[in-house]
Design a binder for this molecule. Structure first.
Ligand code: GLC
Length: 719
């Protein structure tokens, strides 16, 4: 074979291999430069703003497609069409995963990966390049309407759960979009409020999840939030975007604005916003996206040399980087799958591991179905589908097993199951005595009663906030159960002390009126399409619950630090986070305020004992080893948590801070030795007088336990 043809053969082989392999950064950059060099200024401008409800511009001439995005964090959203009119008759009902707080309550990073894989696979199937999740804003107040979409009050737990999720999505060839960066911790005034906070609170509480998403999760895109931070819009905020995200953290992907979050052409150009999304609804039905801040104006600014072209090139490079990472420019995109059994099983597993057993006096749970004849199921949430509620994170579920359905499917052939709604979901509805009487009557005739209440999502996806408490764009008025549920629960408990209270929703309610007399309480969040089966499994013991609270359940709203030390929701212009670093258990444990249920709390149908803690320090890090034993009769999983407490520090520090955890499955009598490495970051805090992370030499306590307030072992180490 002549040399010439050998060469051709080799080159051909190389290019096909290059296609199949994930491209090296160098190859990616070469390809990007090639494309940018060929683009006109107008073509570059077309790429940095929306071209429809969920797409941003491409360059047909060069084979650069539009970037196609879709919500949301726990399922691919209904097909919204290019003009915000939901497309009809499309195959867009998919896997409705449990929402973020339920995933976080599993404390299982591997499940985070599985969760992300389902999401990425279904997004690929639906022809999306970017899925607009995970949402990871810190849960600062239980009133935030979007807590259900988020994860935790603790930055370490967020950091561990977000990485798996992002890798899961992106290993399917799709880009995740971590949001909302940053400090979007309330929905009230979300598009205008200006958040003021200390550098220490920013660094220690509100940024770590995003930093992990970028540096460990290698997230390809990030969404800038609606609010302002220290006087400048978050989505084009010099400090957040240029200084921290791109310079300090080395973020290589693209910043996508929240929809309508851009307010200034020059700020968006200079302060790191790469794509302006949104639709000014007044522009419908024929929106002119050229009128965007990052639209035609930019062309004139560059052509008139008011803005240097390299600013535009930088944005285009980042967008092309995202496209290269998702095989949009050559390369094969995995085609993804939709509504598979595996996806549904993952949804179920997350629900089974995320449901939290809060209270179980005299082991009322699990219910032994052989010992009973009748079960009274009470409460609208028992029979309500939740998937379409909540706002932009809505999913048209392929199916949704409600709690009532799940209970019926599991025990309905052996036990009589009755149902009474007990209340109605209508804004401002108070206790309806007739409905309560009917429910109490049903409970009195049953061996066991199960009340399924809590918050609600709204229902109609066109008006997501109808009667909703857990939804975008609104916050809850307080922590009180709506629709007269307190009176209902008390009436049912009186009619039948063998009553289990199941709460659904994105976070805590004020339980003070009935928690004393309720022997068993379960937190079920929004457990997704298989939630009813998962909940039934927990209630009847085919599943041993292992969920742990990812946020504190306070006794009353007045105890919440954001309300007691901080400002919420602020005045109409600014909100001061004077609760500072004392968010969640960092407050309750430091200020000695007893919560209803502690951060990290969750019971099991078995018991676990802890022993043999040794903590060995070496220089700036330490290793904690200890043994966990299943000291009960049922197999189950325990989340062993490791907290650190610095004895003496220059600046005050919280009573304890989560710096490690591990979930272990143990058969009865089985023991496992657990090792948790505490690297130097586990001992540092951010000294914002010196503007740097510091680790002060001295002694530290290492606290190991089953929750932040159920510490079983303590060790000490001097570093
Ligand atoms: C919404 C939300 C954001 C969502 C976007 C697109 O306003 O804040 O989370 O991804 O707009 O629907």
């Amino acid at each position: 074979m002549k040399i010439h043809s050998l060469f051709i053969l080799a080159a051909g082989l190389f290019s096909s291999v290059a296609h199949a392999q994930p491209q090296s950064e160098a190859a990616i950059n070469t390809k990007i430069e090639q494309l940018v060099r060929q683009m006109t200024t107008a073509e570059k401008v077309a790429m940095i703003h929306a071209t429809s409800s969920f797409t941003s511009g491409g360059v047909k001439r060069l084979g650069i497609p539009e970037l196609v995005m879709s919500d949301g964090p726990h399922g691919v959203r209904v097909e919204h069409g290019r003009d915000w009119n939901p497309d009809r008759n499309v195959y867009d009902s998919g896997t409705y995963l449990p929402t973020g707080v339920c995933l976080a309550a599993t404390w299982n990073p591997q499940l985070g990966y599985a969760f992300g894989s389902v999401l990425g696979s279904e997004a690929a199937f639906r022809g999306k390049d970017v899925i607009l999740g995970p949402g990871i804003n810190i849960i600062r107040t239980p009133l935030n309407g979007r807590n259900f979409e988020y994860q935790s009050e603790d930055p370490f737990l967020v950091s561990k759960m977000v990485v798996g999720y992002i890798k899961g999505v992106q290993d399917q060839g799709i880009s995740a979009c971590v949001k909302h960066y940053a400090l979007n911790n309330q929905e009230i005034l979300r598009t205008s409020i200006d958040v003021q906070l200390s550098e220490r609170a920013l660094r220690e509480i509100y940024l770590p999840g995003f930093k992990a998403a970028v540096q460990e999760g290698k997230v390809n895109t990030l969404m800038g939030s609606y609010n302002k931070v220290r006087g400048q819009w978050a989505t084009h905020n010099q400090y957040l975007m240029n200084e921290i995200l791109k310079k300090e953290w080395g973020f290589k992907g693209a910043v996508i604005s929240d929809w309508g979050a851009v307010h200034s052409t020059m700020q968006a150009l200079w302060n790191g916003c790469d794509i302006e999304m949104g639709t000014d609804l007044s522009m419908l039905p024929n929106p002119n996206y050229g009128r965007f801040y990052l639209g035609d104006t930019v062309l004139k600014l560059v052509q008139n040399k008011i803005v240097p072209e390299y600013i535009l090139d930088e944005k285009v490079r980042r967008i092309l980087y995202v496209m290269m990472k998702t095989n949009m420019l050559g390369g094969q995109r995995k085609k993804g799958s939709y509504n598979t059994k595996e996806h549904q099983q993952t949804a179920r597993k997350v629900a089974e591991e995320g449901i939290v057993l809060l209270k179980n006096e005299n082991n009322l749970l699990p219910i032994n179905k052989d010992g009973i004849k009748t079960i009274a199921v009470i409460g609208v949430n028992a029979d309500r589908k939740q998937s379409l509620g909540g706002g932009s994170s809505q999913v048209k579920a392929f199916y949704e097993v409600t709690p009532l359905q799940g209970i019926y499917d599991l025990v309905g052939k052996d036990v009589q199951v009755t149902y009474a709604p007990g209340y109605e979901i209508r804004r401002g509805a108070t206790a309806d005595q007739l409905s309560i009487n009917k429910a109490a009557e049903a409970a009195s005739k049953a061996d066991v009663a199960i009340v399924v209440g809590g918050w609600t999502h709204g229902y109609n996806y066109a008006v997501w906030s109808d009667n909703a408490y857990d939804a975008e764009d609104i916050d809850k008025p307080d922590m009180n159960l709506p629709f007269g549920q307190d009176a209902l629960i008390n009436a049912v408990l009186k009619a039948n002390p063998n009553t289990i209270v199941v709460m659904m929703g994105g976070g805590p309610v004020d339980m003070s009126q009935w928690i004393g007399s309720a022997r068993a309480v379960v937190q079920a969040w929004y457990p997704g399409m298989e939630g009813g089966n998962a909940l039934a499994g927990v209630l009847f013991g085919t599943i041993n619950p292992s969920g742990k609270l990812p946020m504190t359940f306070p006794k009353t709203l007045a105890d919440v630090p954001a309300h007691k030390l901080g400002q919420y929701p602020g005045d109409s212009v600014k909100v001061y986070y004077t609760d500072d670093i004392y968010v969640g258990y960092r407050y309750y444990d430091t200020y000695g305020v007893e919560p209803q249920f502690a951060f990290g709390h969750g019971l099991s149908y078995t018991t676990f004992s802890y022993s043999n803690l040794t903590v060995t320090g070496n220089g700036k890090s330490a290793t904690a080893t200890f043994t966990v034993t299943n000291s009960g009769k049922a197999a189950g999983s325990e989340v062993a948590q490791v907290y650190v407490k610095q004895d003496k520090s220059l600046l005050p520090r919280p009573e304890k801070e989560l710096k490690g955890f591990q979930k272990v499955f143990l058969k009865p009598g089985e023991s496992k030795k657990i090792t948790v490495v505490l690297n130097s970051e586990a001992f540092q805090y951010y000294n914002d007088a010196q503007n740097k992370w510091v680790m002060e030499p001295g002694s530290f306590h290492v606290l190991v336990g089953s929750s932040s307030r159920d510490i079983r072992l303590t060790g000490k180490v001097t570093l």
